[in-house]
Write a protein that binds this ligand. Sequence first.
Ligand code: GCB
Length: 558
Amino acid sequence: MLYPITNKYRDVYSLSGLWQFKAVDDGYIPSQKATDTTFMAVPASMNEIVTERAIKEHIGKLLYEKTFSVPVRENRIYRLRIGATSHKCEVYLNGKYIGGSNYGFLPVDLLLEGLQEENRLSILIDNRLSFQTLPPGMIKDGQQLYNHDFYNFTGIHRDVLVYTVPEKHVEDITVKTVVEGDYSQISVKVSTNCEQVLCSVKDADGDIVGRGGQGLIKVKNPKPWSCETPYLYTIVVETECDKYEEKFGIRKIHVDEKGFYLNDKPVYFKGFGMHEDFNILGKGNNTAVNVRDFGLLKWMNANSFRTTHYPYSEEIMNLADEYGFLVIDEVPAVGMHWWDDYNFGEDKVNAETAVLHKEMIKVLMERDKNHPSVVMLSVANEPASHEENAGEYFKDVISYARTVCDLPITLVEFTQFRENSLVTDLVDVVCINRYYGWYVNHACIEVVYPSLKEELTDYYNAVKKPIIVTEFGADTIEGNHCLPSETFSEEFQEEYLIENFKAIDECEGCIGEHIWNFADFKTKEGIKRARGNRKGVFTRERQPKMCAHYVRRRWKNK
Ligand code: GCB
C-alpha cells in the first residue's frame, strides 16, 4: 500500500482544512448538498472542538462534506486517500456512493470516477462500537459502553488527499533485506501493470548503490538501520510511465529464549505505551505534536514505543524510521472479553469479530511492511485471555497473522497468574501489563518490588521466552507534591517507577520496560478518571512531570 506522492507522473491535492459538518440520522443519504451545517476541522476529532455536549457525545452517524476542484488531466487515474476515520465510513462523490470502510485507524483508498469541474465529497462516519467492531463495545440505555481506557474520539483523523497515478502505474512495492557477508540482498517485489520495471537503490546521500529489475539487488558494504544510526536507503522504481520512491532500512531481527536481537545485538526496550491524543485535536494527526513527541522521546533516551492501542498515522511511522525507534505495532483489539464472567447475554466477540481482526492485521501489515522501525506485531491488548474462548480465538488469529507477517508476534496480557492464560504459548515475546501498588494493593509501595519480581521470575522460569513489561504506571497530577508521598503526587509516581525498575532489573528474562503512559490522555468519564488518565510522564500539553528527569537519567545508561 503506497502513500500518495507527487512527482513528474503523480499529483496530490490536499482536501484537509475546513469542512461542513452535522450529526445525521441513520437513513441519511447525501443526495443534495447539506444544509444547516457548521464548520469542522480535518484532520481532527470533533469532540473537543464542538461546544455542545449532545454533539460531543453523539452516538451514531456524522456527516462531513466539502466541495473541491482539481485539474482533471487525461490518462490519469484519480483516487481518494483518507488516512483514517473513526470508525466506519461511507464515502459519496457528487451524491453517489463510492465505497467505505468497516473500521478506523487505517487508510481508506478509493477510486474517483466521473470527476466534474466542481465536486462534492460527503463522508458519513459511524462511531458506534459493538462486539463486531474493533475496538469492541456495546450500546446500553443509550450509552456507548466500552472496555478500553481511551476516549472514543470521532472524526476524520488523518489527511484527506486526492491523488493521481498514470493508467499504467506502480501499485505496490515490497522490500525485504538479507545481509550475507559484505553484501545485502535487497529483494524487491513490484506489483504493476507496466511492462518495464527498473529498480535502483539510493543511499542516504542520494548515490545509486545497486540496480536491477524485480527480484534481487545486491548492495555492497550495507549500512544497517539501528536505533543509534537509523540509516535509510531509498528504492526507486521506474517504469516506462511511472516512478515511485520508497525509503527502507537494512536490518535483521530475531528472537530466542533469552532475547530480542536487532542486527544480531540484544535489544533492551526502553520507552512507553502512548496515545494519539492532544488538546482540541483529539486524535487528529498533527505534525507539530508529532515532532514534539519524537523530540521528547529522544530527550528521554527512549528507544521504542508500542502503538497502544491501534495503528498510528503513517506520518508517525515515517518519523520512527527517521529517528530510529523500535515500534511494536498494535491492532485495535483492546479490551476483548467473551463475557463468560459477565451477564450480557448472547452479545459477544465472535467469528465475525475474528474476520475483522484478521482483515485489520492484514491491512496494517500491507501498510507498514517496509518500515524498518516496525519490529513486532501485537495482535491485542489485554483480552480476557483466561476466558474459555480466548485460546481458540487467538490460535486462529495468530496463525493467520503468521501468514501475512514475518515479524515476531506478541499479545499483551493482563491476566493475573500465568497458569490461567490460554495464549502465552502462542507468542514469541511475552508482554505483560502490571499495576502492583496501583490497581492491586493501591498505595502500598512496598508490594511493588517483591510482587513484580516474584511474578517475572516465575513467568520466565516457566515459559522461557523474553518478557517486556509493557505497562506500569501511577496517575499523577502535575504540581501535586507530597512528603511523605501519597498517590497522585509527583513523589509517588517517581518512587513507584523506581520500585518497578528494581524488579525488572533483577529478572533474567526481562528485555524491556514501557512505562504507562508517555503523556496524560483523554478517557471516557469515570469515577477513577478526573480529566482523563494521568499516568503520563508528560502532561497532555507535553511538559515533563518530576519523574521524567529520573527516568531519562536511568535510560541514558541502560
Ligand atoms: C491498562 C490498559 C491501558 C489503561 C491502563 C490504565 O492495563 O492497557 O489502556 O489506560 O491500564 O491506566 O488503567
